[in-house]
Design a protein around this ligand. Sequence first.
Ligand code: YK8
Length: 177
Amino acid sequence: GKLYINEVYMFSVDKMYDILFTESQFMREFLEQRRFSDVVYHSWKKEDTGNQTREIMYTISLSNPLAPKTATVTETQTLHKASQVSECYIIDAEVITHDVPYHDYFYTLNRYMLTRVAKNKCRLRVSAELRYRKQPWGLVKGFIERNFWSGLDEYFRYLELELSKVQLVLSEPHKQS
Ligand code: YK8
């Protein structure tokens, strides 16, 4: 696995949850800029385990000459039952990229941990793992890994950048009228 974000933000943990895990303006604009389209959110469902899960479907555009121009994606998010409003949220996201070469070999597991630091301060920790469904041979494995990590690096670098901007907007002092 790889740790992508481990940062403290100057807004509440509930705000961070709203930004990342509801159909927020932030997420709408972010996905639009990343050229994600046909986004369909299904609602959260309670499982027997006490966790909640939901599915999100979307289409991504790719610029790799070896891949098709677009690919459909299914992201299954699990909100762990250990999560507590205003304290912490733990979300696992299993991401399946259909339509890309070797798509039947791998999927992605991302883990988001949102924790309260103070009333208007939270920590976001995001890590990602490449998981195999079947063992690829050496050449294919190298090929998948290069493309996989470069795609994820770019996505999370951009997410971190956009989140730091939110922080600036939200911490602007309110003008007195
Ligand atoms: C989620 C991991 C691999 C995939 C991609 C595969 C190319 C393979 C082609 C080679 C395009 C939003 C990625 C980056 C697409 C985007 C996925 C996102 C960023 C073999 C020729 C989508 C998080 C996420 C997880 C996995 C990412 C894919 O919230 O390289």
